[in-house]
Design a protein around this ligand. Structure first.
Ligand code: UD1
Length: 417
């Protein structure tokens, strides 16, 4: 088991190139099954979740080639519609394979995704959507069995703009008979990227990025080539590391539009932000200021994925901040670890009250989930002394070469096995 060891205190300075978005590439990889042809996907990050998706695709019969950051998936020989439990469990968002397998094979058998590090993972919205599209679904012995002689377009109104459910419905509806309308759809940039990918292979989808998405079913799809959008959460994490260390960091290969909610909070903290077409520079020269309330919300609100890293920054603010987590119920596991490092945080249900302290001190801490792990690394960069972050496999699910990128920014950080 690897750990990350950080000698804190260096102000981060320099430039870091952001990788393709994890939350985009996973649904896109699932979508490769649909066209029964060639999928060329550029700027795929090297992450554990990406490898887990490729394993599922190979199991289903796809042929895969990897050339640097480009992945080529040939799905012409898909011959399986059943994903075994061990492969499903590798990745939290594996339920995204449901829509594409049922769409291509007209049958699907997937193990029910259990809970995970950040709380229960209900899929009721996905299952309701299946039924609305005429797909028979039954759950038994921890598996979901789907049968779809016909997939028929329908009008589906989600009671919450779930990202996963929106994407799964798009995948199910691409080759349905007639039109599917998704109301109260998720507006995340990754949903727009999936729309662009699917349209690239001949789908007829409009409206992604708004709350109403329309999918006109088509009968044929073709080969596709696509570049994944930059990872807005990775970019935000590096900006947060500049904020907490009082440094200056430029993130390149970003879409600044996607980071607006995070940038607003970092500005409130006293950081100076300079935006160009596809880069953002953050510098902090004055003390960190607290923020009134950060409430995690569906896009374009403050992303739940940045809640933990931002909390690390706020531990060193000159005053009290409040963070309210409205998306996931068990997403404060980093708090106890930050307290071990000297932070003053009180949690009541889904609300955390962070009283800024003068300094954090290095400690031996455990990453319990992906973003919580990133939060501990960020805290370690600013802490006095040495911080050891255990449980790095969580961080590797979502950050490509995290220690190399931080070393390039001047951090004293290494991975030990
Ligand atoms: C979520 C985030 C997304 C982020 C991703 C990775 C939101 C809205 N979604 O997407 O931005 O990129 O994690 O960390 O912030 N829910 C149900 N029933 C369902 C599906 C979901 O009740 O069938 C609930 C979940 O329990 C949760 C909320 O909806 O409280 C958000 O879920 P959803 O958007 O589906 O999660 P992800 O797709 O994982």
């Amino acid at each position: 088991m690897s750990s990350i060891v950080i000698a804190g205190g260096n102000k981060l300075e320099g430039e870091v190139k952001i990788s393709g978005a994890k939350n985009s590439v996973l649904p896109i990889l699932a979508a490769t099954i649909l066209n029964g042809g060639k999928n060329i996907i550029h700027d795929c990050p090297e992450l554990k979740d990406v490898s887990a998706s490729l394993q599922i695709l190979e199991f289903l019969g796809c042929r895969i080639q990897r050339q640097g950051k480009t992945i080529i998936v040939d799905s012409s020989s898909v011959n399986e519609f059943h994903v075994p439990e061990n492969l499903m469990r590798e990745m939290r968002s594996s339920v995204i394979f449901l829509g594409s397998i049922v769409s291509r094979c007209r049958k699907a058998v997937l193990s029910y995704p259990g809970g995970c590090e950040i709380g229960p993972r209900p899929i009721d919205l996905h299952l309701k959507a299946l039924k609305k599209l005429g797909i028979k679904a039954r759950e038994s012995h921890g598996y979901i069995f789907c049968d779809a002689e016909n997939i028929i377009g329908n009008d589906i109104c989600l009671n919450f703009p779930s990202v996963g459910a929106t994407e799964n419905i798009m995948l199910m509806a691409v080759m349905a008979k007639g039109e599917t309308i998704i109301r109260n759809a998720a507006k995340e940039p990754e949903v727009v990227d999936l729309q662009d990918y699917l349209n690239g292979m001949g789908a007829k989808i409009t409206g992604a990025g708004t709350s109403v998405i329309r999918v006109e079913g088509v009968t044929e799809l073709h080969d596709v080539e696509h570049t994944v959008i930059p990872d807005r959460i990775e970019a935000s994490t590096y900006l947060a590391s500049a904020a907490i260390t009082g440094g200056t960091v430029k993130v390149t290969n970003v879409n600044p539009e996607h980071l607006q909610a995070v940038l607003a909070v970092l500005q409130e903290c006293g950081c100076k932000i300079y935006i160009e077409k596809d880069s953002i520079t953050l510098s902090r020269t004055s003390s960190l200021q607290p923020v009134d309330v950060i409430r995690t919300l569906p896009y374009p609100g403050f992303p739940t994925d940045m809640q933990a890293p931002m909390m690390s920054v706020l531990t060193l603010a000159k005053g009290t901040s409040i963070v309210s987590e409205t998306i996931f119920e068990n997403r404060f596991k980093h708090v106890e670890e930050l307290i071990r490092m000297g932070a003053d945080i009180m949690v009541d249900g889904r609300v955390a009250v962070i009283r800024g302290v003068d300094k954090l001190t290095g400690a031996n801490v455990n990453a319990m989930d992906l973003r919580g792990g990133a939060a501990l690394v960020i805290a370690g960069l600013a802490a006095e002394g040495v911080t050891t972050v255990n449980g790095v496999h969580h961080i590797d699910r979502g950050y490509e070469k995290i220690e190399d990128k931080f070393i390039n920014l001047g951090a004293d950080i290494k991975r030990v096995d």
